[in-house]
Design a protein around this ligand. Structure first.
Ligand SMILES: *Cc1c(COP(=O)(O)O)cnc(C)c1O
Length: 372
């Protein structure tokens, strides 16, 4: 793969500390699902091990990977766990979400018997997102069922908000009320409902723990949350994604460029070819829209992005050369391109841009590559 991702460990740690300071005394769960939002689980999780209270992941393989890295914090599984993965979940001492009695629970109890240790579970309540979770009116009964089981330890209860990042306080506070009246203070050891947006915007949602994903990585859950919170909580982007020029060519005015002949320059230009395309995580929606940085100078993406290549206009670069670094996300000199900018071009959110960066792009900490 002719691209690389560098992770700014200092920025990552500063984001955690800023968020912790804002949300204290709540405990802090670092959400590192989806390969730490594309940043690289193996780089992100150990870098903050001494300043987080728990990790949140989606599936069991991620919990297993965290344990293999030697991390000892509680690990919360946030997704639906299939029974065939119970043994691995128990071996990783992960905390499983539970939202229904029935076959799933029977299988879990059996797996924990075989494992010889009780399974840690948290009651997942649907307070209004309408995705996973037990309906509030049946939650008390389920909690009693779970508690009656010697093979289970109920470590807490949680829920997830639908519209906190949209600054919808009415719906957010309604959900909070539904959750806290279903599991009143003291009824379980730990209650949590806030992801990044709510943790920053609505102090009353912080409860015993906040679950921060996107903000850890220095990205804002929404434009509105940024405007409202920027002065109180400094976040710095953590990820730098770059590639390099593999070819430079002079192209005469009116020459068609790329698939579909969608670009014809009105003057003679110089183009550069990047060895990455949509298969390497560069969204095709950036065709004729996006831009990259070379030596701090903005170079537009021209023509359609291909599967494994992309074409840029390097006319503004004095001496472009093969091997020259091209920044796709991150800063270069005084210029920078954020995941949010890419997301806007693609009509999506920064979450999707970073989470889809392929796992096989080599990743390292910035300070390891400063000499290049
Ligand atoms: C992904 C996730 C989070 C983190 O959300 P951010 O908006 O990235 O902070 C928190 N809780 C649950 C249940 C999640 O699935």
């Amino acid at each position: 793969m002719q691209a690389q991702i560098r992770i700014d460990r200092a920025a990552l740690r500063a984001n955690v500390l800023a968020l912790r300071q804002l949300t204290a005394p709540a405990q802090f769960m670092a959400v590192v699902k989806a390969n730490a939002y594309g940043h690289g689980l193996a780089l992100v999780a150990p870098a903050i091990a001494d300043i987080v209270d728990a990790y949140g992941v989606y599936e069991v393989s991620e919990a297993t990977a965290l344990r293999a890295l030697g991390l000892t914090q509680p690990i919360h599984l946030l997704g639906a766990i299939p029974p065939q993965e119970f043994a691995a979940a128990l071996a990783a001492e992960a905390i499983l979400p539970c939202w229904s009695p029935g076959a799933w629970l029977r299988d879990l109890i059996q797996a924990s018997q075989e494992h010889g240790r009780p399974a840690q579970v948290q009651l997942k309540i649907d307070s209004g997102l309408t995705r996973l979770g037990m309906a509030p009116q049946h939650a008390a009964e389920l909690l009693a069922t779970l508690r009656a089981q010697p093979q289970l330890v109920v470590t807490g209860a949680y829920s997830h908000l639908a519209a906190a990042e949209e600054l919808d306080s009415r719906y957010t506070l309604e959900q909070l009320e539904r959750f806290t009246s279903t599991v009143p203070s003291g009824s379980v050891a730990q209650r949590h409902i806030a992801a990044s947006a709510a943790a920053m915007l609505w102090p009353q949602t912080r409860l015993d723990m906040v679950r921060c994903g996107i903000a850890l990585y220095g990205l804002w859950p929404s434009a509105g949350s940024r405007i409202r919170m920027e002065s109180q909580c400094r976040l710095a982007p953590v990820l730098h994604w770059s590639s390099q020029l593999v070819c430079i060519r002079e192209v005469a005015s009116k020459t068609t460029i790329g698939y579909g002949c969608t670009y014809r320059p009105s003057t003679d230009i110089r183009i550069g070819i990047l060895p990455i395309g949509y298969a390497e995580g560069l969204p095709r929606a950036l065709s004729n829209k996006g831009a990259v940085l070379i030596d701090g100078i903005v170079c537009p993406v021209i023509g359609r992005i291909c599967m494994n290549m992309a074409i840029i206009d390097v006319s503004a670069i004095a001496n472009p050369h093969v091997g020259q670094r091209v920044t796709l996300i991150g800063s270069d000199g005084d210029a920078s391109i954020s995941a949010d900018t890419l997301a806007e071009h693609c009509d999506t959110i920064s979450y999707e841009i970073v989470a889809r960066l392929p796992a096989n792009i080599p990743r390292s900490y910035c300070e390891d590559t400063l000499t290049e």
